[in-house]
Design a protein around this ligand. Structure first.
Ligand SMILES: NC(=O)C1=CN([C@@H]2O[C@H](COP(=O)(O)OP(=O)(O)OC[C@H]3O[C@@H](n4cnc5c(N)ncnc54)[C@H](OP(=O)(O)O)[C@@H]3O)[C@@H](O)[C@H]2O)C=CC1
Ligand SMILES: Nc1nc2c(c(=O)[nH]1)N=C([C@H](O)[C@@H](O)CO)CN2
Length: 237
């Protein structure tokens, strides 16, 4: 198994934590980023997962994280950009500050980290090196209620195409576009029914389906520049 670690951003909860734990179970050294300290972070540390603080809300703080990352490791097997800023009711704020924050987290952080960490990926002794962007179904389809979120996730999907071409053949660059994977605290039964009604395969499956996509992309030597939809077949509903 690769001794070069896999970095996953926003690994302190939910999808990111689940994937970090599965990567560790598979024998990969794992580095997560977190912004808010919490018991789950300490639990991950006790499993042997490295937790690095990262706030992606400004260029300077992104660059500060990159410096911490390079001080911690000289190589990376993969980078998984999972961190994300999302609001249930985006329109209730409808402010430029939130749009700017989503740009920072969804686009500028992956852009700067991928470019600055290219040398770390190239130092990986393994034959395969990966970048995986976690986007969203709405990147390709729009979202009337989450316009800024969808637009910045679309930008991340476009970065996938550019960087896949730029970094080939040494590094594969792909995206996973989830939809309706996990509920949030306070989501009603009506909202669950609403989510189920939007998919051809009605379910809110939980993080395992995203982990399956991550594992596939890491293991596939002949796939780059794609966006893997993990959305219950919304496009055929
Ligand atoms: N859950 C779902 O059903 C769906 C999820 N997705 C995408 O999948 C990914 C994972 O989703 P989910 O687990 O629900 O995500 P969360 O909403 O739980 O966010 C993941 C992490 O992002 C981190 N984060 C947020 N803002 C910043 C910031 N400014 N700087 C650094 N880190 C930040 C948070 O870290 P901390 O907690 O330490 O502050 C958080 O733990 C996301 O990219 C999301 O957009 C797409 C479609 C559906
Ligand atoms: N960063 C996040 N992005 C998204 C979330 C989330 O909780 N955090 N949730 C969704 C789902 O579609 C949501 O509506 C179902 O719980 C989209 N993106």
């Amino acid at each position: 198994m690769s001794q070069a670690p896999i970095l996953i951003t926003g690994g302190g909860q939910r999808l990111g934590r689940y994937c970090a734990e599965r990567l560790h179970d598979d024998g990969h050294p794992v580095i997560i980023t977190y912004r808010r300290e919490r018991p789950a972070i300490e639990a991950l540390r006790k499993r042997g997962i490295t937790a690095l603080y990262a706030d992606f809300s400004s260029e300077s703080s992104i660059l500060e994280f990159i410096a911490r990352l390079k001080a911690h490791t000289h190589a990376l097997r993969a980078i998984i950009h999972n961190a994300s800023h999302w609001q249930r009711d985006e329109d209730s704020t409808a402010c430029g500050e939130d749009f700017a924050l989503m740009f920072q987290v969804h686009m500028q952080a992956p852009y700067l980290i991928n470019l600055h960490a290219h040398t770390l990926l190239m130092a990986c002794p393994e034959p395969m090196r990966d970048i995986i962007h976690i986007t969203d179904y709405s990147a390709a389809h729009g979202s009337q209620r989450h316009m800024a979120y969808a637009a910045t996730k679309a930008g991340l999907e476009n970065l996938t195409l550019s960087m896949a071409g730029r970094f080939a053949p040494d590094i594969k660059v792909n995206a996973i576009a989830p939809a309706g994977i996990m509920l949030n605290a306070g989501d009603s039964d009506d909202y669950l029914a609403h989510l189920n009604s939007k998919s051809a395969l009605p379910a809110v499956p939980g993080p395992m389906v995203i982990w399956q996509g991550v594992r596939y992309l890491l293991d596939s030597a002949f796939v780059t520049g794609i966006t893997l939809p993990v959305d219950g077949g919304r496009h055929v509903k």
